[in-house]
Design a protein around this ligand. Structure first.
Ligand SMILES: Cc1cc2nc3c(=O)[nH]c(=O)nc-3n(C[C@H](O)[C@H](O)[C@H](O)COP(=O)(O)O)c2cc1C
Length: 161
């Protein structure tokens, strides 16, 4: 299992898609906040999803999720996944990305790499533990993110498919 990257730009600059659910019923959204590291001696991935996202329910209801990364030519599709809501439209269709069934979860054929995760922990960020400038910048209108931590089950390179 290998994934070499500059973690400080991987989410922030490249962005990622988070998907949860089955091939029949899943939802996907763009994220640019997240982490990768170690917890409880396991490799893990962290993402932060606001309760108002349609994806939030899928993250709560499913044991597995994926975090997938894309080549620059997919930037527009990632923009669509980060702007439209699966509540209103078929985002797979609108983005032009091709869903791919991994059995436990879903990714897209266009992904350079997909990290299959088993959800091992979730917790709401609490505004009374945040710096004031963060509250003012990010949380004046919407409830804080829920942090989801996933144990890395498999790192799937795009060319392997
Ligand atoms: C570049 C980018 C990064 C984003 N990062 C996050 C994030 O880390 N967490 C989050 O809750 N929303 C994030 N969003 C917003 C969601 O992707 C967006 O609200 C999306 O439309 C939600 O879709 P859904 O309602 O189908 O879940 C981001 C959007 C963009 C464009």
């Amino acid at each position: 299992m290998e994934f070499n990257t500059d973690i400080f730009s991987q989410y922030d600059k490249k962005w990622a898609l988070v998907s949860a659910g089955t091939i029949q019923k899943h939802n996907t959204m763009t994220v640019s906040w997240g982490g990768m590291g170690t917890l409880w001696s396991r490799p893990m991935v962290t993402v932060y999803i606001k309760p108002c996202r349609y994806t939030y329910g899928f993250m709560n209801d499913n044991e597995y999720f994926t975090v997938s990364f894309y080549p620059e030519e997919c930037r527009k599709a990632l923009g669509v996944m980060g702007k439209l809501s699966g509540r209103d439209v078929d985002k797979d269709k609108e983005s032009g990305l091709t869903p791919l069934d991994l059995g436990k979860a879903v990714t897209y054929k266009e992904a350079e790499v997909t990290i299959l995760c088993r959800k091992i922990y979730a917790q709401d960020l609490e505004s009374d533990r945040m710096p004031q400038d963060v509250i003012e910048r990010y949380y004046t209108e919407e409830a804080p993110h829920r942090m989801f931590i996933g144990e890395v089950i498999e790192i799937i390179p795009g060319e392997a498919r």
